[in-house]
Design a binder for this molecule. Structure first.
Ligand code: CU
Length: 300
């Protein structure tokens, strides 16, 4: 039904605001998106210490690129509304014409947002399946990189409130520093002695929950050399905020030399430490063949 202009519903002006808005949004998006990819992409987190972290930067760059037009939409809408739909100075505050449903806009909106979300979900799943993307996959990983059975294994043990690292291929040596050789495929076995922690090695691009009685596996391929930050990312008690340390990615020669030194130091205390096992707390006696129940020897 054609509406007649009344005092309550002022006549529509001749300007096609919709078209002008869409053109302004498209122009800004076409300019802003490549600038974000070129200048913001390289400084996005988490870092370049592993292939997985490097790929996460790539993923984050994609996310930033896809969300740039959305940000432009909001900015253009705000600026356009401020400029063109302000109440005239000194004029009466008059409400605009009522908004009615518009099937075309609704369909376009649903299609664009659905395609965007589904595309990102498919992209994320593909990336995840390539090499695990640095995430903890539990005791039976699905996304296993090629040749993972030859990886350097390192166990990450969380307890209130520190991290310990064990190297089963170096006599089960325990250290308080995580040192990894450059250009090496590493399998991280993350577990806990008490409550739930989360092993977050920022520049390695690794985040894996440390659950008592669980061997949570994550894969990384180191790059480096350099240092990386380790934090607990799961509230685990009073001193959770102090549960952090620094790790290093070093050359293969430096790693061998460091590991041999640690092994020599460790020999004197090895008899007091439980033998290397995938977990140190059994969920229930005899339910797991890899579980070696130990009394709570470590850390008192
Ligand atoms: Cu914590």
């Amino acid at each position: 039904m054609a509406s007649q202009p009344t005092a309550a519903t002022p006549p529509r002006d001749s300007v096609n605001h919709g078209l002008r808005f869409v053109v302004a949004w498209l122009v800004l998006s076409v300019i802003a998106t490549p600038l974000v990819v070129i200048f913001v992409g390289p400084i996005l987190p988490p870092g370049n210490m592993t292939t997985q972290a490097h790929e996460q930067i790539y993923d984050n760059t994609w996310l930033a690129a896809v969300s740039t037009p959305v940000l432009c939409l909001v900015v253009v809408f705000l600026v356009y509304a401020f400029v063109y739909f302000r109440a005239p100075k000194g004029g009466a505050l008059v409400d605009g014409p009522p908004l009615r449903e518009h099937a075309g806009i609704q369909v376009v909106w649903i299609v664009i947002t659905s395609v965007t979300v589904l595309m990102l979900a498919a992209f994320g799943t593909y990336q995840l399946l390539q090499n695990g993307s640095g995430g903890g996959q539990g005791p039976s990983p699905v996304a296993v990189p090629a040749g993972a059975s030859h990886n350097l294994a390192v166990q990450v043990i969380g307890q209130q409130w520190e991290w310990t690292f064990r190297y089963p291929s170096f006599g089960g040596v325990e250290t308080h520093e995580l040192v990894l050789p450059q250009h090496t495929s590493v399998t991280l076995h993350v577990t806990s002695l008490d409550v739930v922690h989360s092993f977050w090695a920022y520049q390695l691009g690794v985040k894996a929950d440390a659950n008592p009685g669980t061997d949570n596996v994550a894969y990384v391929q180191t790059r480096g050399p350099g240092t990386f930050q380790i934090r607990c990312a799961e509230l685990c008690g009073l001193f959770h905020g102090y549960m952090f340390s620094t790790g290093r990615v070093v050359s293969a020669t430096q790693f061998q030399s460091w590991a041999k030194t640690q092994e020599a130091i460790y020999k004197t205390i090895a008899k007091y430490v439980p033998p290397y096992a995938k977990t140190y707390i059994c969920p229930a006696a005899g339910t797991s063949p890899t579980c070696s129940p130990q009394p709570t020897l470590r850390g008192g």
